[in-house]
Design a protein around this ligand. Structure first.
Ligand SMILES: [Zn+2]
Length: 363
């Protein structure tokens, strides 16, 4: 039983003090002042009780220790976005299978996976048959294909790499996630190659070739892509993926993220990412309502991949994945990828995780 917390569950429009009862790993009741004895009671007074957080762009699959660390931050579902390609996806898939929470994987269209210096300068690395083989033998955990399109990763090959990513994904009916920012080709050439359900990560990457024109206006093609069902994901990261001026110009025009994500790895504590609740807090600072902020990190993310179908919710009957968060007042500095800072007055901190009804011991 989780007692007395502020339950924010955008999947059912709930934002109120409630008790949450869990039996057999599932949510069995959410109501005010539930009666009855519980084997274990968590006092959540003063805390936010949210569905477990789902982070759709991480590199949690790089090593065995990643998933456990993310779980302590409230992350009860993650997607490793392209750490591995056909040559090394099996190790990433093994980490996903062994994770305490739902771990899923996007196979990099480049057979090497993410490579220092860029994995797509030689377009032959984007081998469709090999990528399809990688998907076929890891069908239980692979949920899509990733293509990193920045010029320092793909040179002038961005469009061809994306075409091949779509070709690899097509027979499996899987989405493609692209990483944008400083691409060789403009968004108006890239976006037509995306289909409904595909994901654009690092959506606020600065020029050249981001989502804003030279005057800082949102490209009509970008707004059009959202209308036809392309998902735009924040993707914090550490280098070249977002700067505050781009974020501020875009949100002023109403272009907010559908989902947040960290681009997390086990070193993220020491970067501007810190943890998923810290990344989420940047949008509280920018004025997004708290229920909307929680939605981006839970139900919206769950809708992107069918693997998370019954997650991102505290609805009765759902698996009991719960993130407890503490919203602290104070002075918090939030950093972009260019050492730019903004000061916020509130920050969410991880304050306990429950995974399928089991309490996660905090470090
Ligand atoms: Zn990444």
């Amino acid at each position: 039983m989780i007692r007395g917390g502020l339950v924010i569950d955008p999947s059912v429009g709930l934002d109120a003090i409630r008790d949450v009862a869990i039996t057999g790993g599932k949510i069995v009741a959410v109501d005010a002042n539930l009666t009855g004895e519980a084997k274990e009671t968590i006092d959540a007074r003063g805390k936010i009780v949210a569905p477990g957080l789902i982070d759709i762009h991480t590199h949690a699959g790089r090593g065995k220790e990643g998933p456990e660390l993310a779980l302590k931050d409230g992350v009860t579902g993650w997607v490793d976005a392209g750490s591995g390609g056909a040559d090394n996806i099996d190790q990433v898939a093994a980490v996903a299978r062994g994770a305490p929470q739902i771990g899923r994987v996007l196979v990099n269209i480049a057979r090497t996976g993410v490579a220092a210096g860029g994995e797509l300068h030689d377009i032959n690395a984007a081998n469709v048959a090999l990528a399809q083989g990688a998907i076929a033998r890891n069908r239980d955990v692979v949920v899509g294909v990733k293509a990193r399109l920045s010029e320092n990763v793909a040179g002038t090959n961005d469009l061809e790499a994306l075409r091949r990513a779509q070709e690899a994904a097509a027979p499996f009916n899987l989405p493609v996630m692209i990483h944008i920012g400083q691409t060789y080709s403009p968004m108006r050439a890239i976006l037509p190659l995306l289909k409904r359900g595909d994901i654009v990560t690092h959506m606020y990457a600065p020029a050249p070739n981001g989502i804003l024109d030279d005057q800082g206006r949102l490209f009509a093609d970008v707004a059009g892509a959202r209308r036809r069902g392309i998902i735009f994901d924040f993707g914090n990261g550490v280098a070249d993926h977002f700067d505050w001026p781009t974020v501020e110009r875009a949100v002023k025009q109403g272009f907010w993220p559908d989902t947040f994500s960290t681009d997390w790895n086990v070193m993220s504590k020491t970067t501007g990412v810190v943890d998923f609740p810290n990344v989420i807090s940047k949008f509280i600072m920018l004025g997004m309502p708290l229920s909307q902020v929680i939605a981006c990190a839970t139900v919206n993310a769950a809708r992107v991949f069918p693997s998370f179908d019954n997650r991102g919710t505290l609805n009765v009957g759902a698996p009991a994945d719960v993130a407890m968060l503490e919203l602290r007042d104070g002075t918090f500095e939030f950093v972009d990828n260019y050492k730019g800072t903004r000061t916020g007055r509130q920050r969410l901190f991880p304050a306990g995780t429950v995974i399928e009804g089991k309490t996660v011991q905090r470090a």
